[in-house]
Each structure stands twice: as C-alpha cells, then as structure tokens.
Ligand binder design. Structure first.
Ligand code: URA
Length: 184
C-alpha cells in the first residue's frame, strides 16, 4: 500500500490527488474490481464512494455482504484525467499491484464490473455482452471471475438491473458455504 501511494510508474501520478489502493477485508471471499478512481474517489482515496458506489453497496448487500466484508479495488490506482478510459500502458503499469492484491487477498471469486475491468483482467477484447455469460478463470491465477455491468451503467440503465442480479447469483455459485457456527 505504501509503494502504491508513492508510485511514479505512469503519467497519472502527476495529475492524481491521491492513489486509491482499495478497501475492505484483507482475506475477503469476494474481490470486486472496477475501472479507475473518479473525481470523488481521487479526493477521498477510497474506491466507489459516489452514487455508483452506493449502488455497488446495494448489490453486495443483496448477496449478504457489506462493503466492509469484501475487498474493493480498481484496475488503475490513479484517476485518469476527465475520467477518460485507461490507456493500455497505464493498465500494464498498474497490473502488478492488482495482481499482488489478488494473491494476498486470495478471494474465492472476483467480480469484474464493467467492460474495462473485465477485458483487462481476462486479457480479451470480447464484448461485455458475451463476457457476462458463464464464468471465467484469471489467465494467471486459479481464481474464477464473474463479469457484470458497471454500477455507473446500471444507474443510467436501470432496466438491466435484473440481468446484474443474474450475474450476482452466478457469483454466489462460486462461494463456499459459510462454516456452521460452533456449538456453545
Ligand atoms: N468507478 C470505478 O470503476 N471505480 C471507482 O472507484 C469509482 C467509480
């Protein structure tokens, strides 16, 4: 986290207010991966804190998880100017940080929200429409990846929320059942 905070590896370091490392349980079952910090995230240093973040929280709650119980990160740790799409070189420079987060958190499943996160994680240019179908495996690690819509898209297109719910149910299929409570 300290290394990320001082990262000079791509030009976004010059325009960021602060890095957005990620938040949540360091041993979470679910790792959510978004695209990149927006203006509010750049100000606060925390991912998904705007309206899209509230919707993401609701989606997680529908699965029985609070924001604190998962880990939330982005492909990029720094905000691209005017929220433009990340450049391939920025994704490549930032990838080792996310890869290490995946290794350390060792989640049971990754939820990739939006086209950029899904295509970058899975090293593909297939459209979101097809990536949402079925589940995937990270190319580099033995972790299943479920792809869904970005919550900012769902704010604009609420008619697709039912499809996002199907994605979340697919995600739930990758979670191990919780251990039964120990008897007193
Ligand atoms: N959108 C993202 O992809 N990530 C954030 O952290 C906020 C908005």
């Amino acid at each position: 986290e300290e290394t990320v905070a001082g990262c000079p590896l791509c030009p976004l370091c010059a325009s960021r207010s602060r890095t957005v490392f990620g938040v949540g349980r360091r041993d979470a079952d679910i790792l959510v991966v978004g695209e990149a910090p927006g203006a509010e995230e750049d100000r606060q240093g925390e991912p998904f804190v705007g309206r899209a973040g509230q919707l993401l929280d609701n989606m997680l709650r529908a699965l029985g998880y609070s924001r604190e119980q998962v880990f939330i990160a982005n492909m990029l740790k720094c905000r691209p100017p005017r929220n433009r799409d990340p450049e391939a070189s920025e994704v490549a420079a930032c990838w080792p940080y996310l890869d290490r987060q995946i290794e350390l958190v060792a989640p049971q499943v990754i939820l990739a929200v939006g086209r950029i996160a899904a295509q970058s994680l899975l090293a593909t240019d297939r459209p979101l429409r097809t990536l949402r179908q079925g589940s995937h495996q990270l190319p580099t690690r033995d972790v299943p990846v479920v792809v869904s819509y970005h919550p900012a898209y769902l704010l604009r297109s609420p008619q697709d929320k039912a499809k996002a719910w199907q994605d979340l149910r697919r995600l739930r299929g990758h979670l191990k059942p919780a251990m039964p409570e120990e008897e007193a």
